[in-house]
Design a protein around this ligand. Structure first.
Ligand SMILES: [Cu+2]
Length: 302
């Protein structure tokens, strides 16, 4: 009797399994087809980079490595956890005999694993993050140009510093471009030339972000942050403030225009011709945190 029952139920099970396998194959096939035909080359490239835009700076590969590696690690941990969950669901699913599986409590090896595994995961992520960060922020690189970026409520000022060993044809002066919320500024950079950025804020914390450069750095009052990078692609890229800095934060945008060295020098000459010479740092007190200035020393000594 019992044998008969299993034989009778076994066949529909097998048929259902076959159907399920076929429908899974169909879904995977359709998705692959969509992926191959429905997406442009750029979209496929972005999928391969797991959502990252195309990198356009010398800093980008380090971050891309970290990003992809982190997703692979997260995927492996996810696959292991989901696998164990699904295995336990199937292996210990309710059966007709209603027998409860062996109950385990105070299992020391298991609890040690639960405690140690997150530490290992955090340590591995932390280690690779520090390595990537050190590479992106390496200070020993030489640079051809130096730009003082001032983030102020709510736009950017780009100061192209003159004493940066620019070509003889250049003006040699400090020149600047100030943006406003209504007229966001453009940061012009020479392609394939290392540029040193200096970030300053006269008011609150801002964050200098160029998504295509895979880079974001806080612009902090009272502190000079620096970053050296080389633009590797010509073109126009979006830039933003990535730190909620007040009511018009969302309008604190800028463009990054990467041009040839000659065009870059022309641009600086243009700024000089327009009279934008000198350094506009938003405030003479950019290196002082508002409210924490020391007592007026000049006044005291006079
Ligand atoms: Cu801001």
């Amino acid at each position: 009797m019992g044998l008969d029952l299993t034989e009778r139920t076994a066949r529909p099970h097998a048929a259902r399994r076959g159907l399920r396998r076929r429908s899974t194959t169909a879904v995977v096939g359709v998705l692959t087809l969509l992926l191959v035909t429905g997406c442009s080359e750029a979209e496929v490239g972005q999928l391969k980079r797991l959502g990252l835009p195309e990198g356009a700076s010398s800093s980008a590969p380090h971050m891309e490595e970290l990003w992809i590696g982190a997703w692979i690690a997260a995927g492996a941990v996810g696959a292991l956890v989901w696998g164990l969950i699904i295995w336990a669901m199937i292996r210990y699913r309710r059966r007709s005999d209603d027998e409860v599986p062996v109950q385990v409590r105070y299992n020391l090896p298991m609890e040690a694993l639960y405690t140690l595994a997150p530490f290992v995961v955090v340590f591995v992520f932390f280690y690779h993050t520090v390595v990537a960060q050190d590479r992106v922020l390496a200070e020993d690189e030489s640079f051809d140009h130096e730009i003082l970026v001032v983030g102020q409520q709510w736009s950017w000022t780009f100061n192209y510093l003159g004493d940066d060993g620019r070509d003889e044809g250049a003006t040699g002066n400090d020149v600047f471009d100030v943006g406003t919320t209504a007229d966001p500024p453009t940061l012009v950079l020479p392609v394939d030339k290392p540029v040193k950025f200096l970030f300053r804020s006269p008011d609150v914390i801002h964050s200098f972000w160029i998504p295509a450069y895979y880079f974001k750095m806080d612009v902090v009052p009272g502190r000079d942050n620096t970053w050296i990078t080389t633009p590797t692609k010509t073109g126009t890229f979006a830039g933003r403030c990535a730190e909620l800095c007040g009511v018009s934060h969302s309008r604190m945008l800028f463009d990054v225009k990467v041009v040839s060295e000659a065009e870059y020098e022309d641009y600086l000459d243009e700024l000089a011709d327009e009279g934008n010479t000198g350094v506009a740092d938003g405030s003479s007190e950019t290196d002082v945190i508002v409210g924490t200035e020391p007592a007026d020393e000049e006044g005291a000594s006079q």
